[in-house]
Design a protein around this ligand. Sequence first.
Ligand SMILES: [Zn+2]
Length: 70
Amino acid sequence: MSENESGDGGAPRQFTPRPCPICAKMSVERYRPFCSKRCADVDLQRWFTGSYAVPVVEEDRSPDDDDERF
Ligand SMILES: [Zn+2]
């Protein structure tokens, strides 16, 4: 085994605190890149509300059936 760990693509074993993207506090290793579970949840909610703004109402009827009435 080689102990050459000077690569950039490797997984860093050390945790470097970074500002939380939600509240700008220092993040913790457990909830990184957030400072707490609360901020992680906030980010998750943003994803859901942002990506899935469409209500969960699906149309069962197919547009092909409507064509026959014409
Ligand atoms: Zn935070």
